[in-house]
Ligand binder design. Structure first.
Ligand code: GCV
Length: 714
């Protein structure tokens, strides 16, 4: 308490120490607050000479400290806190502290904010107001974003509120510190030393998330261990919740369906067994005693070997509703994943989630939300949007994106995910006619749902740069920004991120954004062009292995997905095949019924096409495939050259990391191209198109590569 008072006194008189200059190792993410150019610095100072804040809550202290740190870093002068609103002040306010605010906050909700330049008793001030301290904190981060990117600060009139209620990270972190599909080192949760030791990284994590509007985090892997629900682990989770709370971030847990049996010896986990329901109720009560604002449970059930209600011949709705009843008195929610497919189901894997869940529409309790991956298979470089979006109007659906790049080059490939997020969010489901975008399904506006959500599988680990590479930070950033506003474009977000992360200088931002915006399409080209999918190496999913055909379950094998044979390539999902297209709304199904009206980017996802059939360009499918592999490799070459040209404008440490990673990416893009061509040519038996280089090695060489210690592989 005394220490806090002391800090506040120091802050009031404006002598907060600047942190020592640090190497640019990426730790500061997009919150670097590097010294601004003189005119920009003057502009910032001119609008932030002092700070007046509403009270002294932990959240407000965080907001004012962030402003002081940011403005101090950018201008060299740290503004003092003042109880009086002064000329050129930043005035932070809530209606609770200032009942007669000169801006209307209706419609901004608890988390939104308004920023307005105005005259107050003859003094020019910038007001940052929210209905809650959290809203103010979000507004502060917005103002700092503007200041860092050199935007004009003199006539601000901004209102912003999140379109989606739950904006969550899902950590696939195991209790032993291993992160499933994690490529940024070990887990940042030090479960062993929690709850006593709470390193500063937890607050830095919360700060970074709050800066982009993320408001919840699921701490443990969806492949959950029951141990997370034991008393000692609840205390550990509570310690994290206490740190995150002032940042507006709630804690959630993944739960294992059979926890009642494993932890307390119950005979079954049947959701309709009263003893099971009572166990979960008691468990929820115990959690809420430790974490009063606990968010709720995330559940992976009857999927990839996880137990679930179907083991007792009950439905997903039976299971979700039983948990929902336990959480309901406390205001908690259940996020029930729709990522299900079964080894004993011979139907197209892409159809199984829809088949299971669509009939349950309307059967879920009102504090259940069904979490659906962006596509129907599994976070591929490109997938058409999941057919469940738009197909369950009576059920709130939340989006699950994967920020960690399991299938997109993991930590070393620069493949900015903004375009993938945008492509999915802007896909039109036609559920209620044209304009029924996926974004409108998940923001609740299409069917009038108030419970809304979006989750991103985190790419965060104990690496100094958090995400395994500087450019992977952009995916975390883009997820948060597009979760707040799902209609933001990937390009706009990349621009923001590049300006904050490197420099607002156009000479940096323009080329960096060009690299980023082309990067995902390049990965699609060199990995899975024309709608191919899931041709990655077994288990680790790192590198090409389209030849794999001998694994136990059909859908574990790449050959299941590409179905290349002497006649052609691709998965027939039309009427003559699995008829997965019938799961889409009629206007889409009609378009997908014929290759000629199917978007070429999804061609082989929906059709088995003859090798000599023609693409829109007039070239054959085989030639077009090869050209796309080449185009992907060429784009990476261009990205490398662009980055090299930026050497004088980027700090040495981050420049070198990216340069090295691009070298790896280029080498691996060639590997992807060559291995894929070697394999598919062994099937099609056609010559390479004129000018295309032969693969560097024979097919057997590619088949012989193995990666026993690839990271992230459970
Ligand atoms: C957490 C894919 C991944 C698994 C992951 C699973 C899921 O299959 O490879 O590691 O498990 O998706 O989303 O549950």
């Amino acid at each position: 308490m005394l220490a806090r008072l002391f800090c506040r006194m120091i802050a009031m008189i404006g002598i907060v120490a600047m942190p020592p200059a640090m190497a640019e190792d990426g730790y500061d993410l997009w919150l670097r607050y590097a010294p601004a150019q003189p005119t920009a610095a003057q502009q910032i100072s001119a609008h932030a000479r002092t700070i007046t804040a509403p009270g002294n809550s932990a959240t407000i202290q965080i907001a004012t400290a962030e402003l002081q740190r940011g403005i101090g870093g950018m201008t060299g002068t740290t503004p003092a806190l003042s109880d009086m609103i002064q000329q050129d002040a930043l005035w932070l306010a809530t209606p609770a502290a200032s009942p007669a605010l000169p801006v209307k906050l209706e419609g901004l909700g608890r988390e939104g904010y308004a920023i307005r330049t105005l005259m107050l008793d003859g003094k020019a001030v910038t007001l940052i107001a929210g209905n809650s301290d959290t809203g103010v904190l979000h507004g502060v981060f917005h103002w700092l974003r503007l200041a860092q990117s050199g935007a004009a600060l003199d006539r601000l009139d901004i209102r912003s509120t999140p379109r989606i209620g739950l904006r969550l990270l899902n950590h696939w972190d195991n209790l032993d510190g291993m992160v499933e599909r994690g490529y940024a080192g070990q887990s940042i949760w030090d479960w062993w030393r929690l709850p006593d030791y709470k390193g500063s990284r937890y607050a830095d994590y919360a700060r970074a998330n709050a800066s982009i509007g993320i408001n919840g985090t699921v701490l443990n892997n969806v492949n959950a261990k029951a141990t997370s629900l034991t008393a000692p682990y609840i205390v550990k989770a509570a310690a994290l919740a206490d740190i995150f709370r002032p940042y507006g971030i709630k804690v959630y847990l993944s739960v294992k369906w059979t926890a009642p049996m494993e932890l307390d010896g119950l005979k079954s986990a049947d959701p309709l067994d009263p003893a099971v329901a009572a166990w979960w109720k008691a468990k929820a009560d115990e959690i809420y005693r430790a974490i009063p604002d606990f968010g709720g449970f995330l559940v992976k059930a009857n999927s990839e070997g996880q137990p679930g209600p179907q083991d007792y011949k009950r439905t997903h709705a039976d299971g979700a509703n039983m948990l929902a009843a336990a959480l309901k008195p406390h205001g908690g929610i259940v996020m029930w994943r729709a990522f299900v497919y079964a080894h004993d189901n011979p139907d197209d894997r892409a159809k199984q989630a829809y088949t299971d869940f669509k009939p349950l529409d309307g059967q879920f309790a009102d504090n259940v939300i069904v979490q659906v991956k962006n596509g129907a298979i599994d976070f591929q470089p490109r997938e058409p949007f999941h057919p469940l979006f738009g197909a369950m109007p009576k059920t709130p659906l939340m989006m699950e994106f994967q920020i960690t790049k399991e299938y997109l080059g993991q930590s070393t490939h620069l493949t900015y995910l903004g375009p993938l997020f945008e492509e999915t969010l802007q896909s039109d489901t036609f559920a209620h006619g044209k304009g029924s975008t996926v974004a409108r399904v998940i923001d609740g506006s299409l069917d009038g749902h108030r419970l809304t959500g979006i989750a991103g599988v985190a790419n965060i680990g104990a690496d100094r740069d958090w995400s395994g590479s500087i450019f992977n930070q952009a995916d975390w950033y883009a997820f948060g920004r597009m979760a707040w506003n799902p209609d933001l474009t990937a390009d706009a977000v990349a621009r923001e991120w590049a300006a904050l992360t490197f420099s607002p200088d156009k000479a940096v931002v323009d080329p960096v954004v060009t690299m980023m915006m082309g990067s995902r399409e390049a990965a699609v080209d060199y990995m899975t062009p024309l709608g191919l999918a899931h041709v990655m190496g077994t288990g680790h999913h790192y590198g090409p292995a389209p030849w794999v055909s001998e694994l136990g379950r059909p859908e574990w094998n790449p050959v299941y997905y590409h179905k290349a044979d002497a006649s052609g390539i691709g998965f027939d999902r039309t009427k003559s095949g699995s008829n997965a297209i019938a799961q889409y709304a009629p206007p889409i199904a009609k378009r997908l019924a014929k290759p000629g009206t199917t978007p070429e980017r999804d061609l082989l996802w929906f059709h088995h096409i003859g090798w000599d059939d023609r693409l829109a360009s007039g070239e054959t499918v085989w030639d077009g495939l090869v050209h796309r592999y080449d185009r992907g490799v060429a784009t990476v070459g261009t990205m490398r050259a662009t980055w090299d040209s930026l050497r004088p404008l980027i700090d040495p440490e981050r420049f070198a990391q990216t340069q090295t990673f691009l070298t790896i990416q280029q080498r691996e893009a060639v590997w992807w191209r060559d291995a894929s061509i070697a394999y598919f040519q062994s099937i099609t038996k056609r010559p390479l198109p004129a000018g295309a280089a032969a693969p560097a090695h024979p097919l057997d060489w590619y088949k012989a590569q193995s990666f026993p210690y690839a990271p992230g592989n459970p």
